[in-house]
Design a protein around this ligand. Structure first.
Ligand code: GP0
Length: 866
């Protein structure tokens, strides 16, 4: 078939001048791109936008050729596949990444130059594919890049949201959300598959285990080819769009009820319309659950359909398919796979359960209780009655299996007088109180079993029952992992403690990683060249461990000078961007201090803001001579606040309010600039990170599961100020803790310190001054900032849950260390080189290889280059 197609392609190409294949030698690349502008885009003149689209269409054809070859090859070999189920894939832009991964940068660079463009300028015309909130979604994008690069048979599966992450604008210093209309000009990186569709049902009734949904929608596939680097392998990200079963309700249409006639269509399309812009916070909306089951069901149906073209015995499924559930969002997969195996395939319960629990694995990304999804049984029973029935049964079989164990525990321990306090758990504020208020005394066995329950009582409203999706995932999976060493330990001691004790072998760690292609080789081309020159080869792009070889240059003065020059060039690029977007002039001789991430109290952007106020007060109080000794700083913030997150929105306003005073104070001049860059996204990160000299990862210990931007900064030789939290701990191990600016309390002390809050008196005088200044109205509306201050400063009103007041003093010490070290540029640069040199471990290639070996048992199947 392929041979016939090739012949036909060439014959077609010969007759049709404008449609010749690029890269086949039949047509020059500039001609091909010109042809695309003329025939595909229908324009007789060119513009950068048109040239981008034409170049993308040209690259697309070559990508599709390689994609088809890969998929056909894999299909012929029939290896085991990994399926990464994720509600989010934060891909960013594709042109540069695709051209570079395919090794076509020389060709396209030259062709575009001939047409009067540069690849870099055109790349800037592309919309970001922002189908994710933050770290979790970007991690998924890095993972599929690594899967393809490592030749691992695997696909990503998710939702083709029509509107991605909202665009953030600033209006009078406040966040304003605007819709992300990213598909207007089409998306050249996807291939619509109208022939690949599945039905997904909702609502309705179950009668004698047979479910008749009351509503059905169609899931239609779109494939997004994922080119590996330095390999012929091209993987796939398959995203689903929701469509109505019928375009129109004909009866309604005939009655002249046109609006009602399209009501069903709108309802169906709503399912894949918008990404919920929440990051590590509550969802709880029925539409969200609909989205989840929509993409999970379509994906599993798709995998089963392909499996069945080659195999008839479903007990072989675990040898052919591993599903990784990215957080709780796709965990309805446990019930859905059971349902498909039992209801569609006719397996009995035990056989289906055996298969399910061998195919599924679960990654946890946070211990924030509000992010661990729990669906009201009422919602689940209404929307997914059959799934609810299955979950009920899983829950009861599971608890039955524990009865004996629990009984013997009860017998061996004398009954406690009073219900003992639950083992220290970082529960939500108030959860503990609610727990204690619980009136106990059911049957002691039931009571003891309840902590294992997938179906649980709502601690805030005991009349309500909830399905705990994380517990469902743990019970239904063969492996459960956290995303950094410390986080994987914490989940064993807190949220999954009881489950860990039952099956310790199920629990693993997979420290996150990031792709060194996008996050070093492509976003920092000058540094990449220098590294390649120093190491004598560019193998580090695929084997990031080789970056170790840079260690021997850390003290080399000549090398240091080159390294610094590149950082300076990158700072110029960022300064231009800042000027362009905000109008603020920032000096390039200043220290570039960056905090970019979702705005969240636990990430403590306000701690950073408070330290800026302190710095400002110091500058104001200094004499002329003293001012000359300050190390000039540019502090850059970026990040979005969830639309309904009140305090996060105030944190943004706090930063912009400080900026407008500080940036316009003639006493300060170049010594301090505070910039909030609006609409932080992947492509902005690609400009910011290479320019960063110090970056802030300052979450309250125990709260940030891993962090991944810390790894990107490290790769780009940016020093880190941080707490011993998430992957910072492992970065400190790799670089040497003494080379980071570490501060703050340890995770193990956090629970105790929170308990002690009420009596907290240990306010640092600098802190008190900062609070007073904020409340004096120096930065505008004092009433507006009153609750920001109360939340961290007034222990009668709040308890400073994230321990800002507590960590302030050590944070200030670390800040002083930064200033002091910056004066010693040789030492600073030595450390910077060491950071990059020790960043190899944090490549997503290492991480994905571990998933493949330790969870999926999926082996590389390199696609032959032809
Ligand atoms: C975790 F629970 N993360 C969640 C979530 O809903 N969204 C999200 O982005 C993040 C963690 O906060 C993280 O620590 C982690 O590195 C990332 O998931 C990937 O594991 C920092 O962004």
């Amino acid at each position: 078939v392929t041979a016939i197609l090739d012949v036909a392609k060439t014959a077609f190409a010969k007759q049709n001048g404008a449609k010749l294949q690029p890269g086949s030698g039949q047509v020059s690349l500039p001609e091909d791109i010109r042809g695309k502008i003329l025939y595909d885009l229908g324009s007789k003149s060119s513009s950068p936008e048109l040239a981008y689209r034409a170049a993308a269409l040209s690259v697309r054809e070559r990508l599709i050729d390689a994609f088809n070859k890969s998929q056909e090859y894999w299909s012929s070999k029939d290896p085991k596949f990994a399926y990464y189920l994720s509600a989010e894939f934060l891909m960013g832009r594709s042109l540069t990444n695709t051209v570079y991964n395919l090794g076509l940068q020389g060709e396209y660079g030259a062709a575009l130059q001939e047409l009067g463009y540069s690849l870099e300028d055109l790349a800037d015309k592309e919309q970001n594919a922002a189908l994710g909130n933050g770290g979790l979604g970007r991690l998924a994008a890095c993972f599929i890049d690594s899967m393809a690069t490592l030749d691992l048979p695997g696909w990503g599966y998710g939702i083709r949201y029509k509107y991605g992450m909202f665009k953030q604008a600033l209006k009078d210093g406040h966040q304003k959300e605007l819709p992300d209309i990213w598909l207007t000009n089409g998306n050249p990186w996807e291939i619509a598959r109208p022939e690949i569709t599945y039905k997904v049902g909702f609502y309705g009734k179950v009668d004698n285990f047979k479910w008749t949904p009351a509503e059905e929608v169609i899931a239609k596939a779109y494939d997004n080819p994922i080119p590996g680097y330095g390999t012929a392998t091209v993987g796939n990200l398959r995203l689903w769009e929701a469509l109505p079963v019928a375009e129109l309700d004909l009866d309604k249409f005939n009655e002249g009820k046109f609006a009602e006639a399209v009501e069903g269509k709108r309802k169906a399309e709503d399912i894949s319309a918008v990404l919920y812009p929440n990051d590590a916070t509550e969802y709880g909306k029925e539409l969200r659950l609909k989205q989840q089951v929509f993409f999970v069901s379509a994906s599993i149906q798709d995998v089963l359909a392909r499996f069945k073209t080659k195999h008839s015995d479903l007990s072989e499924l675990p040898a052919k398919a591993a599903f990784q559930m990215n957080d709780t969002h796709p965990t309805i997969a446990v019930a859905e796979l059971m349902r498909l195996l039992i209801d569609q395939e006719g397996l009995d319960w035990d056989k289906a359960w055996g298969i399910t629990t061998k195919c599924l694995a679960f990654t946890n990304h946070t211990v924030m209780p509000e992010a661990l999804e729990k669906w009201p049984v009422t919602v689940m029973s209404k929307l997914l009655p059959r799934h609810m029935e299955i979950i009920d049964k899983i829950d009861s079989i599971w608890k039955d299996s524990l009865k004996e164990k629990v009984l013997s525990q009860i017998k061996s321990k004398p009954a406690p007088k009073k219900a003992p306090k639950a083992a220290a758990k970082p529960a939500a504020k108030g959860a503990k109180a609610a727990k204690e208020a619980e009136e106990p005394e059911e049957d002691p066995v039931e009571e003891a079993l309840s902590k294992y329950g997938i179906i649980m009582r709502n601690p805030y409203n005991k009349a309500e029952k909830l399905v705990n999706m994380a517990y469902l995932a743990v019970v239904g999976s063969k492996a459960v992992n956290g995303v950094a060493a410390i986080h994987s330990e914490i989940i064993k001691e807190t949220i999954f403690k009881d489950f860990y004790e039952l099956s310790p072998d199920k629990f693993q760690n997979k420290t996150n990683g990031v792709t060194p292609r996008r996050w070093l080789a492509y976003c920092n081309p000058q540094l990449a060249s220098l590294i390649t020159e120093a190491l004598g080869s560019n193998e580090w792009i695929k084997h990031a461990d080789k970056l170790q070889g840079l260690k021997k240059f850390a003290d080399d003065k000549g090398f240091q000078a080159k390294w610094r020059d590149i950082k300076l060039n990158n700072k110029h690029r960022l300064a231009a961007k800042i000027k362009d977007v905000t109008g603020i002039d920032v000096p390039t001789h200043a220290l570039y201090d960056i905090q970019i991430k979702r705005i969240h109290e636990y990430k403590r952007q306000h701690l950073n803001a408070f330290s800026i106020i302190h710095r400002y007060l110091q500058i104001k109080a200094a004499s002329k001579e003293e001012r000359a000794k300050f190390v000039p700083r540019v502090v850059v913030f970026g990040g979005k606040a969830a639309s309904a997150y009140y305090m996060a929105k105030k944190m943004i306003r706090l930063i912009t309010a400080i900026g407008s005073v500080v940036n316009n104070d003639p006493d300060v001049g170049d010594l301090l600039k505070v910039v909030f860059l609006p609409d932080y996204n992947v492509s902005l990160a690609e400009v910011i990170i290479p320019a960063a000299e110090v970056s802030q990862h300052i979450s309250t210990a125990g709260t940030e599961a891993s962090g991944t931007s810390n790894m990107k900064f490290q790769m780009n030789g940016c020093l880190i100020i941080g707490t011993m939290d998430g992957a910072n701990v492992e970065i400190a191990d790799a670089v040497g803790k003494e080379n980071l600016f570490v501060f703050g309390v340890d995770a193990k002390d956090v629970t105790r310190l929170r308990e002690e809050r009420k009596n907290f008196k240990d306010y640092d005088p600098r802190w008190t001054k900062v609070m007073d200044t904020l409340l004096s109205g120096k930065f505008g509306d004092k009433a507006y900032f009153q609750d920001v201050v109360d939340n961290v400063n007034d222990m009668t009103k709040s308890n400073d849950w994230f321990l800002l007041a507590n960590d302030f003093a050590t944070y200030m010490t670390a800040q002083d260390e930064i200033d002091a070290l910056y004066k010693d540029q040789d030492e600073w640069t030595r450390r910077s080189i060491l950071y990059t040199a020790s960043s190899g471990f944090f490549s997503s290639d290492r991480c994905i290889a571990q998933y493949a070996n330790e969870i999926w048992d999926v082996k590389p199947v390199p696609v032959p280059a032809s």
